[in-house]
Every structure is written in structure tokens, then in C-alpha cells.
Design a protein around this ligand. Structure first.
Ligand code: SF4
Length: 397
């Protein structure tokens, strides 16, 4: 799962290109330090600077000799992501960034601050191959996978933002991470799991695996593989309909892994891990919110160690589908509960900041298979918001 590079491999890598330190597990960091001809104990010091004070330069690593700091600058980078755009919801609780990668591809990261929770929603790919019908990222196609370090750097970015208000009480101010931004986590399996390992490291950010949720569109072989990993992350499955014909329209991968197969994998996951599954269900008016589908869903998952999150759809421009009417959602919840199924309705947080994954990217970059002019996207209020708020580098204004 995690590849420990040998000294020689590190030297070859660093000759060709600098090593992004956020890409390394602590074991890999030790190999890197040794490959530089430095003593093993430097690993702990460098790791500390990366994940506790979250330094932005090697010069700030005060307890390292100057020669080592210069060596690091020659052979390594800190992989910091640059903000292209930053927008805030009108309620002040949600913040979203478009971040620039070293090859100038862009990804989104979101921070939601509600009650005692600070939750980051981060990306694992640039774009996505799965083309879900209601998703702005799905319109882009897959551009590339993120490296583990690019996933970790999003968390470092969000954590730095939270610390503007003061130092955290423990090792981190973030309380939860959801891998529900751009891309499918289980399609970038190795780097996603490696990022979880790095973020979970007890000498680093030390974010509990149980505080992290991987979201999947239903990649059956990867769910089975995840069940066998010895990590305590949560799994959320995007279901969106209990009926194959409808789910295949909304989530095309359903044609490859239909609901019966998906449920087999989910049952194996629960049996192996003993962990509860979350089913995500985007509520679309008169499409997947009918009483018949509520009954079918109730029958499908009753008795299962599972929870259903019902989320009124975040509308994507050009889509004919509106969010479900609140009355229809209430009725849907009532039917699910009659089967003993746990269900909650999740607020559409950040609706006015294009919080649906891929929406800010589309607004700023204007790229994808179905380009919508920013003046139409995603609503007048949201566009006004984009324009009013702080936009870096003149990309929009
Ligand atoms: S919903 Fe997720 S899996 Fe589907 S297209 Fe969007 S990013 Fe990809």
C-alpha cells in the first residue's frame, strides 16, 4: 500500500525533480533524510515543522543547521498550493478555495465551520471519469489523479486558515475530513490511502481515521479491497436511487456495478470492519424522491448497519433537475423510518458559494465538456458572490 523508496531511488528522484515532502510517510521521510546523508533523528525534526507549526519555508525550520536547510531547499519542496480564488458563503460558515497545483491544474477545497465541527471537504483528482449526471466535476472528465502530497497539502491549507484565529487546542483545529470534493477517492486508491496515513500520523497532524470519510460512487472491487485494510476510516456510498434503471441514469457506473452487486460489497464491508456505512442520496424533485423509491430503499437496507444522508440537490446549470420539495423530503424520511432505517436531511451548506464539487472550478476556469458561461452560473446570486469576493490573480475580474 505504502511504498518505501530506497536511498538510491530517492537520489534518482531528486536528481530528476525535487521531492515534495508532503508526499512522504514518516518512514519514507526517514529514507529521504538518510539519502541526503543526514542522521535519522532529523526526520522527527523535519516532520514536526511540517505538521505542527505548518511552516511555509525551510528557513523557518529553526533547529536545523543552515547547511541542511540549504540541502532541503535544493532537493525538496514544501508543496504549498496557491489560492486562485477564495469565496465565502453569506452565512459566513463556509469557505471555498480554488487551488493551483504545480502543473497549474486546479482543484477545490472547502471548509465548513458549524457548531463545534470544522470540516474540510477535499479533492482527490483533477476532474472525474464517472460523469454523474448532477455533478459539475463529472462534466470535466478525468484530467489526472492527485498525488498523496497534493491531497495532504489541501488539509495543510485549510488548517492554516483555521489557525488565523489563534492556535488550536490540540494538534489540529480541523475536526473532520470528507473526501467528497473533486474526483472519486477509490479510483485514486493508493494515494488516497497514503494521504489518510500521513494525516493520521500521531507525530504529525494526528487527525483520527474515524474523523475521515471516504466517499465512493460504488466501485465494487475497491470497496472489497478497502474492507481488508486495517484503517478505521468511514465509508460513504453515493446511492441516489434504489432502482437500477434510475440509478444508471444518475450514476452511470451503475451499469457496470448494479445495485445488487454494490450491496453485496457493502455487506462484506460491514461484516469485515464492523463499521457503519453511510448512503448519500441527492434528492431530486420527482426523479428519485418518489414514495415508491423510498419504500424500495427501505426494503433494500433495513436491518443493515447503515445511515442515509438525504441531501437536497445542489443544482448544476444546464441540468433540468431541481432539488426536492421539502414536503416530498419529509414524506421520504417518514417512509424510511417506517422500515427502521436511520435517515437525516443534510443542510445544503454553502449553496451560495457553488459548494457542489466542481462548481467553482467551472465558474473560474470555464473548462469541461459542457461549458456554462459564468454569467449563467450557478445562479445570479452565486455569481455576484464570486465576483464580489476576493478573487486572486484577476482570473475572473
Ligand atoms: S459525483 Fe463524484 S464520482 Fe460522480 S462525477 Fe462527481 S466527483 Fe465523480
Amino acid at each position: 500500500m505504502v511504498h518505501l523508496l530506497g536511498d538510491l531511488e530517492f537520489r534518482e528522484n531528486t536528481m530528476a525533480t525535487k521531492t515534495n515532502l508532503y508526499n512522504l510517510t514518516r518512514d519514507e521521510m526517514e529514507s529521504f533524510v538518510l539519502s541526503l546523508g543526514e542522521p535519522r533523528f532529523r526526520t522527527k525534526q523535519i516532520w514536526h515543522w511540517l505538521y505542527r507549526p505548518l511552516v511555509t519555508s525551510f528557513e523557518e525550520m529553526g533547529n536545523l543547521p543552515k547547511a541542511l536547510r540549504e540541502k532541503l531547499a535544493e532537493h525538496a519542496t514544501l508543496g504549498t498550493l496557491t489560492e486562485v480564488a477564495e469565496i465565502h458563503s453569506t452565512d459566513g460558515h463556509t469557505q471555498k478555495w480554488l487551488l493551483d497545483l504545480p502543473d497549474h491544474e486546479k482543484i477545490e477545497a472547502v471548509l465548513m465551520e458549524y457548531d463545534v465541527r470544522n470540516t474540510a471537504c477535499i479533492s482527490v483528482q483533477v476532474g472525474c471519469a464517472y460523469a454523474c449526471a448532477f455533478c459539475a466535476t463529472g462534466r470535466m472528465g478525468l484530467i489526472r489523479n492527485l498525488e498523496a502530497g497534493e491531497i495532504v497539502s489541501q488539509i495543510v491549507h485549510v488548517e492554516r486558515e483555521l489557525r488565523r484565529d489563534g492556535p488550536p487546542e490540540g494538534d489540529h483545529a480541523l475536526t473532520n475530513i470528507v473526501f467528497m470534493g473533486m474526483g472519486e477517492p477509490l479510483a485514486n486508491y493508493n494515494d488516497t490511502i497514503k494521504a489518510v496515513t500521513i494525516l493520521n500520523d500521531h507525530e504529525g497532524l494526528n487527525i483520527g481515521a474515524r474523523r475521515m470519510t471516504l466517499s465512493t460512487v460504488g466501485l465494487v472491487p475497491a470497496i472489497r479491497r478497502l474492507a481488508e485494510e486495517n484503517i478505521q476510516v468511514n465509508l460513504a456510498v453515493s446511492l441516489h436511487s434504489p432502482i437500477d434503471e434510475i440509478r444508471s441514469e444518475l450514476v452511470p457506473i451503475n451499469r457496470q456495478y448494479p445495485i445488487a452487486e454494490l450491496m453485496d460489497a457493502v455487506r462484506q464491508y460491514i461484516a469485515t470492519t464492523g463499521r457503519r456505512i453511510t448512503f448519500e442520496y441527492a434528492m431530486i424533485n420527482e426523479v428519485n424522491d418518489t414514495p415508491e423509491q423510498a419504500h424500495a430503499l427501505g426494503r433494500l437496507i433495513r436491518g443493515m448497519l447503515a445511515h442515509v444522508n438525504l441531501i437536497p440537490l445542489n443544482p448544476v446549470p444546464g441540468s433540468p433537475w431541481p432539488a426536492s420539495d421539502p414536503k416530498r423530503i419529509d414524506e421520504f424520511v417518514g417512509i424510511l423510518r417506517s422500515y427502521g432505517v436511520n435517515a437525516t436531511v443534510r443542510m445544503r451548506r454553502g449553496i451560495d458559494v457553488a459548494a457542489g464539487c466542481g462548481q467553482l472550478y467551472a465558474a473560474v476556469e470555464g473548462r469541461g465538456r459542457s461549458i456554462v458561461p459564468i454569467s449563467d452560473y450557478p445562479s445570479k446570486d452565486a455569481v455576484d458572490q464570486v465576483v464580489r469576493q476576493r478573487i486572486h490573480q484577476g482570473k475572473v475580474l
